[in-house]
Design a protein around this ligand. Sequence first.
Ligand SMILES: Cc1cc2nc3c(=O)[nH]c(=O)nc-3n(C[C@H](O)[C@H](O)[C@H](O)COP(=O)(O)OP(=O)(O)OC[C@H]3O[C@@H](n4cnc5c(N)ncnc54)[C@H](O)[C@@H]3O)c2cc1C
Length: 487
Amino acid sequence: MANYNRRDFSKLILLGGIGYTVWSCANDAKQQKGTSSEKEIEKEEVPTMPELLPENIKLYQKADAEYQDLAIRFNKRIQQAPTFIAQCFSTQGVVDAIKFANSKDLKVVVKSGGHSFEGFSSTNDGLVVDVSSMKKMQWNPDHSLTVETGCILKELYNELLPKQRILPSGSCATVGIAGLTLGGGYGFFSRKYGLTCDSLEAITLVDGKGNIHHESGTSAILKACKGGGNGNFGVVTKMKFRTYQAPIFFQAYRCKAYKLTTDRAKKLLETWFTYTKKLPNTAFAAFVLNGKTLTVLITNYADDNKGVLEMYNALKEISDKATIGSKRPLARALKTFYGVQTPLYFKNACAGLYKDFAEIEGCLDDVISKVISTRGLIYQVNTLGGNINSASSEKRSVFPHRSYPYLSELQSYWDKPSQEASRLEAFQTVQDRFYKHGIRAHYRNYPDINFKDFETSYYGKYLPELKKIKQQLDPENRIQHPQSISV
Ligand SMILES: Cc1cc2nc3c(=O)[nH]c(=O)nc-3n(C[C@H](O)[C@H](O)[C@H](O)COP(=O)(O)OP(=O)(O)OC[C@H]3O[C@@H](n4cnc5c(N)ncnc54)[C@H](O)[C@@H]3O)c2cc1C
């Protein structure tokens, strides 16, 4: 595993920079295989079920070589060893996997891209329904795209961008489109085109009993999967998305400030909040405080850049360095934000959705002083708002946080397991401070195992509706993870 210095981490957080190498990927896989194979592994007899056709499903246990590769997740902090991994190749394979789990009374977790912050796509004693090999894509005459749910973001962009089309989604190359969309999904294009789930037009889902559902239009199940579908009541195997004309260029503006004191960082954050209100919907901004170093990123992909320049100039005045990148072709620019593509040790989580600066001002002295005095702790605030806050999207989804224009996250990355305890302690201190201050709204895709009221924090007023869907599709609670919706 490479050593990442502070600069590398800030690039990672700004979703860019650290390149992918085949060597480091293979090396990581080998390291993780070594760990598991040290354990005493007994192979249970897998019942030979004639209906389990290898073109639909392959079932693996710990002693199988394929199991070791399929067990790898992006977060190396969380190592789990499921009893079975069902590698599925079709919707029928998923049906078979669920029926097999039912016959053996195993709990089921679902895995697509494997990027869950808290390891919710694996388990220690149940069965993983792994759809990551299901990668078919189909273009439709109306410019919509149907994908199987094993696709990751870079595969989608490789398909979309040459056709001059985009989907508003995240930037990290290896994140799964399934997990991202089912919890909402946001990125550079969301203030103009909405959350990723707002472009979801139809799904195929296998429920906890093994029944297949094809859902579109005003279906309550489709609605529940737009913000509330992560490993809660079914396995989504296909998604159909509306796509949009891609912009021609993409431009990034950056301001940096070093050796910050709490007061100066707070002033910079207040200025950041003030000027984000003037940004056009084509712009996105992030405030990234990594220890004592601040990076502000502003991006835009339209010629209207008045608000962007006002923000850049105001921050430039009080920063140490400021640069305006050139207008780059979209596909090339997006690749620079692909981020790290091999597993890491980390803890990331939502640190709250906010309405404005005033909402957090009262706890910022404590939060910022902890961040600037703790090596490797990163506090980031991102813009939402714009067309995410659309009444028609609100009606068709269960994403409860549309009226919050700001989403924050806390992050920490490390190289060795020995660094974990102190990092987690500092992390929790900041989370506790936000909780004490009354911050409760959290993004489902940035979960924290320590959130106290996680169901209401993630789903707000939509929780009763989601519980009804859970009751309908999975009354035995077959599909579950530590923060799934309870029956
Ligand atoms: C490096 C990194 C960058 C990120 N960048 C962004 C970003 O820019 N924007 C953003 O919005 N989010 C971002 N995220 C968060 C991301 O959206 C979530 O981690 C997401 O849940 C990952 O989905 P996955 O399929 O890769 O993960 P998985 O670990 O496979 O799954 C995540 C969750 O979704 C469930 N799930 C997965 N597939 C299915 C399925 N087919 N049917 C039902 N449930 C399923 C799992 O059970 C689990 O609970 C990022 C995460 C990381 C680690």
